[in-house]
Design a protein around this ligand. Structure first.
Ligand SMILES: CNC(=O)COc1cccc(Nc2cc(Cl)ccn2)c1
Length: 340
C-alpha cells in the first residue's frame, strides 16, 4: 500500500520534471512499461492472500490510470510545445525584402572597347582581328617601318625570334586585311591586345589594348577623316565636345594628325584632367601613306584611305577617372566592382 503510494509520487514527480517528449517517453516506459514496477506489482499479486487480491488489484489499477492520465496530458502539452518551437524556428518573414543577387559586371576596358565597336559597327565598319604573335613584316615593314627604323629596336618590342614578335599595335591586322582584300574597298575596326617592352609606369603597361580604324576606297578625303573623328568624339565624350587636329607624324600616314577634344570636365577653362590646357589628346590618325597602299597591292593613284589609332585604357582612364593603368590588369575586386 505505502510502497504503491510512494511509487505514484515518484512517477508523477518524474512526469512533471520531463522537459521534452523523449524524456517523458522514457518515464512512460520506466513506470508503465512491461518491465516497470507497476507491472511487477500486478505480477506479484499471486503471493498475496486470495482475499486481499481484488482490493490490491483495484488499487494498482487506480494508480496506473492516474499516472497514465497525467502522463498523457503532459505528453500532449510537450508535443504542442515542440510543434510551436519548430514553427517559431522555421517561420519565414514574408515581408522581408528579397536578398540582392550578386551579379558580375563587364571589365571597364571591355565596356569601352564594346562602346567604340558598336559606334563604328553602326557606321558600317566591320571588326577584323588577327594574331598577337606577329611577323615583323606585318608589324613593321608593311607599315612603312623598314628594317633599321628606330621604332623596331629590341628595347621597344618583345621579340620571340629574329622576325617574330608580340605585335606592338593592331596595324598588322589592317595590313593583313588589305593583303586579303586585294584592292577592294575596306572599312574596318581592329581592336586587340598589343605589347610594348618599355612600357611600365602609371600610364604605360607592357600589355595594353589598342583600337585602330582603316577606311580605303575611291576618293576618301581628309574631310572624311575629320567628320568621322568628330562624330566619334561627340558620341564618346558628349555632344558638346569640340575637336582640333594638330599636325603630327607617323611613318604610315601622310599627313598625320593628333586629335584633341575640348575638356569634358572644365569645358576649356583648365583643370587637372586637361592639365590646364582645356584640351585632351585622344588619338592619332592620318591619310594612309602611299607606300603602305602600294606594299599592300593597292594603286595609290586610284585609291586613298584614312586610318586612326587609339588606346582604350587612356579613354577609360579619362572617362572613369582612373589614376593608374595597372588597375586594369591587377584584377582587384575593389576596383572592378565599381563598374556596375
Ligand atoms: C594609339 N595610337 C596612336 O596614337 C596612333 O595610331 C595610329 C595613327 C595613325 C594611323 C594608324 N594606323 C594605320 C594603320 C594602317 Cl594599316 C595604315 C596607316 N595607319 C594608327
Amino acid at each position: 500500500e505505502a510502497q504503491l503510494q510512494q511509487l505514484k509520487e515518484e512517477a508523477l514527480q518524474k512526469i512533471e520534471a520531463s522537459g521534452n517528449v523523449k524524456e517523458l517517453n522514457d518515464v512512460r516506459v520506466a513506470y508503465l512499461g512491461k518491465k516497470g514496477p507497476i507491472t511487477d506489482l500486478l505480477k506479484g499479486m499471486g503471493k498475496l492472500p486470495a482475499e486481499e487480491r481484488p482490493k490490491m488489484g483495484a488499487l494498482v489499477n487506480v494508480v496506473r490510470e492516474e499516472v497514465t492520465t497525467v502522463l498523457e496530458a503532459r505528453m500532449t502539452l510537450l508535443q504542442e510545445q515542440a510543434i510551436n518551437e519548430q514553427l517559431e524556428k522555421e517561420s519565414i518573414d514574408v515581408t522581408l525584402p528579397g536578398r540582392p543577387v550578386k551579379t558580375g559586371n563587364h571589365h571597364p576596358l571591355t565596356r569601352v572597347v564594346e562602346e567604340i565597336e558598336d559606334l563604328f559597327l553602326s557606321m558600317g565598319y566591320e571588326i577584323a582581328e588577327g594574331p598577337e604573335v606577329e611577323k615583323d613584316y606585318y608589324n613593321f615593314e608593311a607599315l612603312n617601318l623598314p628594317k633599321g627604323h628606330p621604332a623596331r629596336d629590341m628595347q621597344d618590342s618583345f621579340y620571340i625570334s629574329e622576325d617574330i614578335l608580340l605585335r606592338t599595335h593592331t596595324s598588322p591586322v589592317q595590313a593583313r586585311t588589305m593583303e586579303a582584300k586585294e584592292g577592294q574597298p575596306i572599312k574596318i575596326i581592329c581592336p586587340g591586345k598589343v605589347y610594348r617592352r618599355d612600357n611600365d609606369d602609371a600610364t604605360h603597361s607592357h600589355q595594353f589594348t589598342q583600337i585602330e580604324g582603316l577606311v580605303i576606297g575611291e576618293n576618301i578625303r581628309m574631310s572624311d577623316l575629320k567628320g568621322t573623328l568628330s562624330l566619334f568624339a561627340k558620341k564618346m565624350f558628349g555632344d558638346d565636345r569640340e575637336i582640333r587636329l594638330r599636325p603630327s607624324f607617323f611613318p604610315f600616314t601622310e599627313p598625320s594628325v593628333e586629335m584633341d577634344i575640348s575638356c569634358f570636365k572644365c569645358s576649356g577653362s583648365g583643370c587637372n584632367v586637361c592639365k590646364k590646357t582645356g584640351w585632351i589628346e585622344i588619338l592619332g590618325a592620318g591619310m594612309v601613306h602611299p607606300n603602305v597602299l602600294e606594299m599592300a597591292g593597292y594603286d595609290s593613284k586610284k585609291l586613298s584611305g584614312f586610318a586612326f589609332g587609339m588606346g582604350p585604357e587612356r579613354i577609360a582612364m579619362l572617362k572613369y577617372g582612373v589614376e593608374d593603368i595597372r588597375h586594369f590588369y591587377t584584377n582587384d575586386v575593389r576596383f572592378l566592382s565599381q563598374f556596375h
